[in-house]
Design a protein around this ligand. Structure first.
Ligand code: J2J
Length: 524
């Protein structure tokens, strides 16, 4: 949590206004009652209805024993129930733990145990996978066909509710992209998160006529808050849910629902550009395409206005906090070639060398940040927090950046042990730990290799035990799938080597090893 003097300053400056998520929904339901909040297929849900649904679900969840402070793992795709569930939990003061639809038993099981979650809320079948198979101890609540579990739609009821949470309380736990063996969870408060949401909505000029297409998973921090669905619900606009980012679905939705803004990761932006060049869709309502989550190539950035007829906004954010935007009236040069500048005048930015000394402006260095919506520590991770934060509370982002005049940042690379696979983050160590459980694997290192389409793909380097048959990539992949690892974390490539190169003096540095291996594969 923030030291008291910082918290006092953030309140004084009007960043933390003492608003909870329940306040936000109540205020919007009062101001925009009969306007459409959510569109999903044929379904149109007004603000008034959304508030009612969330209150009734809160009563039902409370009657089932979910209490203030309890953790609840939520794994829902882009469906209206997502909003009922999160606002119901926010109303109770229980903390959603945001899982992605791609997560499987390894991730869900870990989130459940690490947070001592009392419940798991998911859907029946999505993308060919039966999510009910991920049920564990505690309540399992299912949107759709419940199988043997509790049907979400039977929980909407009247009944007592506890006093709501305080604005300074934790609201939820978000996922970190991660760089360690086990994923880290990010604790965000009502006060800090909603500041970033309101400020983002303003930067992106959302209003009642805004219609935001949810093409990426709704539970991702980008989609949720930059300005995302929460920014839209704050300003009285309409959230348009798409179950897929595929242009064949998204383009007709944009024109049918007069979508004004949407957000994509770079590989999807490329897919949209190619599809638009081919099919010349009517995207005339679209004003802004936000692209973020991974570095956007200049050559792709330049194609956006000609092909889609809208402006580009680059977004460089992180679930830990700091979000940078190019501004809507920035000159083309800035929009095309930078990743934006921070939301807040009180976002403190330091760019430092390996010894934590500040580098001169224009020089590439490690990005450290501290501010009114950037966490001061991960959830229950004291040891990791000592390395992930400086003593005076700056978050070490692991990103390598350069600062331009005006405070704009250019992302130049990454120092963290993470692979950014088209916006999906993979912690090298997490995958290595799973690889080591394969009976033929003696040692393993996972690195990112350049990829024209995804930016990066993952490659597993493996040293095989003496005398065993060398496993095939398909066998390694099957092993990781059987361990319940999300598909995007499963290595794209396999390189079997006799031994790993020796690094440093004496002790082996995994980071140095990964760097050496990456160089090996990109030069060969
Ligand atoms: C290069 N790298 C980027 C960009 C994120 C808005 C937008 C994105 C996220 C997100 C988010 C990048 N260029 N434009 O939470 O609210 C890489 C950096 C960063 C990491 C964070 C939001 N935008 N990145 O991507 O928590 O390495 O958040 O530290 O998933 O993604 O990942 P994540």
């Amino acid at each position: 949590m923030w030291p008291e003097d910082f918290a006092a300053r953030y309140r004084e400056k009007g960043y933390w206004i003492g608003q909870t998520f329940d306040d936000l929904l109540r205020e919007s339901a009062a101001a925009f009652a009969d306007r459409v909040a959510i569109v999903s297929g044929e379904q149109r849900i007004t603000y008034r209805e959304l508030r009612n649904r969330a209150s009734r679900l809160a009563a039902g969840l409370y009657a089932r024993g979910i209490r203030p402070g309890d953790r609840v793992v939520v794994q829902l795709p882009n469906v209206p129930e997502f909003f009922d569930v999160i606002f119901a939990l926010f109303r109770i003061g229980a903390l959603p733990v945001f899982a992605l639809p791609a997560h499987r038993s390894a991730e869900i099981g870990y989130f459940r145990s690490h947070t001592s979650a009392v419940a798991f809320i998911t859907m029946d079948v999505y993308d060919g996978f039966d999510h009910r198979s991920l049920a564990g101890d505690g309540l399992t609540i299912v949107a759709g066909d419940p199988g043997g579990f509790i049907a979400l739609d039977t929980l909407y009821s009247d009944g007592p509710l506890p006093t709501g949470p305080k604005p300074s309380d934790l609201a939820f736990l978000q996922l970190s992209g991660g760089s360690t063996g086990l994923p880290k969870l990010i604790p965000r408060t009502h006060d800090d998160y909603l500041y970033s949401v309101r400020a983002s909505a303003q930067i992106c000029r959302l209003n009642q006529d805004s219609a935001y297409l949810v093409a990426l998973p709704v539970a991702h921090n980008f989609t949720m808050s930059s300005p995302g669905v929460l920014g839209v619900l704050h300003t009285g606009g309409t959230v348009v849910l798409s179950t897929t980012p595929d242009p064949a679905t998204a383009f007709p939705l944009i024109s049918a629902e007069s979508v004004t803004i949407t957000a994509l990761v770079p590989p999807l932006a490329l897919v949209w550009l190619d599809a638009a060049d081919r099919t010349k869709p009517d995207l005339s309502s679209l004003e802004t395409l936000q692209v973020g989550g991974a570095k956007l190539l200049d050559s792709v950035a330049e194609r956006i206005r000609p092909a889609l007829g809208c402006r580009l906004q680059q977004v460089f954010g992180m679930a830990e906090g700091l979000v940078n935007y190019t501004r809507l009236d920035d000159p083309d040069d800035v929009v095309l070639h930078s990743q934006g500048r921070p939301i807040s005048p009180d976002d403190e930015i330091r760019i430092v060398d390996d010894e934590d000394s500040d580098v001169p402006d224009g020089t590439v260095g490690h990005l450290l940040t501290r501010g009114p919506y950037t966490i001061r520590g991960y959830w229950n991770a004291d040891d990791h927090n000592k390395v992930a934060f400086t003593e005076d509370g700056f978050y070490r982002t692991g990103d390598l950046v350069r600062r331009l005049p005006g405070g704009y940042l250019v992302v130049e690379g990454r120092a963290k042990d993470q692979i950014n696979r088209g916006g999906e983050k993979i912690a090298a160590e997490e995958v290595e730990d799973h690889l080591l459980t394969h009976p033929a694997v003696h040692d393993a290192a996972v690195v990112g290799i350049p990829d024209e389409y995804l930016g990066e793909r993952s490659c597993a380097f493996v040293v095989v035990k003496p005398g065993v048959r060398v496993p095939k990539l398909s066998e390694i992949r099957a092993h990781l799938r059987d361990r319940g690892l999300a598909a995007y974390k499963i290595p794209d490539r396999l390189r079997v080597v006799e031994r790993f190169p020796v690094t440093g003096v004496g002790k082996t540095s995994r980071r140095e090893l990964r760097t050496l291996l990456r160089e090996l594969i990109t030069t060969s």
